[in-house]
Design a protein around this ligand. Structure first.
Ligand code: GDP
Ligand code: MG
Length: 163
């Protein structure tokens, strides 16, 4: 069986956008609003001759503000059970938030290898915003732009290194 990679993070950080980049298809539905439940959840990624299954855990997000924390908890639990490597995705545009810290607190206990990705690094100025994510303690944050495709290769390098 292929190793499993799971993407975890609060709603709207760009999990589905980056997931689509990784699976190389445009099938998942990306919308501005959190709470999307129609996303494609599973895909196959391949990089440097290594093949893996990838889960966009955000596909199981529930609707409504009060459900966000519950959704995040469900996602993290799914990832911690199923994944060999977890991609913890944050957002350079909004910066580090309390919800990110809540996800981090769940992930600390997983014992799984974690890659921290900071999405929406669309320009040089945004690149400066990745440093605060060092504070989460998951190692070097990898800046990516799901919209432009920048940094996705570096993220894939970091993922397959841990498989
Ligand atoms: P998810 O809820 O984490 O799955 O996030 P989505 O992939 O649905 O993206 C949420 C919003 O962020 C959408 O409006 C995307 O177009 C936008 N988005 C995703 N990636 C980027 C990026 O790299 N840069 C910018 N500026 N916006 C992005
Ligand atoms: Mg999504």
């Amino acid at each position: 069986a292929r190793p499993v990679v799971a993407i975890v993070g609060r709603p709207n950080v760009g999990k589905s956008t980056v997931f689509n980049r990784i699976i190389g298809e445009r099938l998942a539905i990306v919308e501005d609003k959190p709470g999307i439940t129609r996303d494609r959840i599973y895909g196959i990624g391949e990089w440097n001759g290594k093949s893996f299954s990838i889960i966009d855990t955000g596909g199981i997000e529930l609707d409504g503000e009060d459900m966000i924390l519950k959704s995040i908890r469900m996602q993290a639990e799914l990832a911690m059970e199923e994944a060999d490597v977890i991609v913890f995705m944050c957002d350079a545009k909004s910066g580090l938030t309390q919800s990110d810290e809540e996800v981090a607190n769940l992930l600390y206990r997983s014992g799984k290898p974690i890659v921290i990705a900071v999405n929406k690094v669309d320009n040089m100025e945004r690149a400066d915003h990745i440093y605060e994510f060092y504070n989460l303690g998951f190692g070097d944050p990898i800046g990516v732009s799901g919209s432009h495709g920048m940094g996705v290769g570096d993220l894939l390098d970091a993922i397959v290194e841990k498989l």
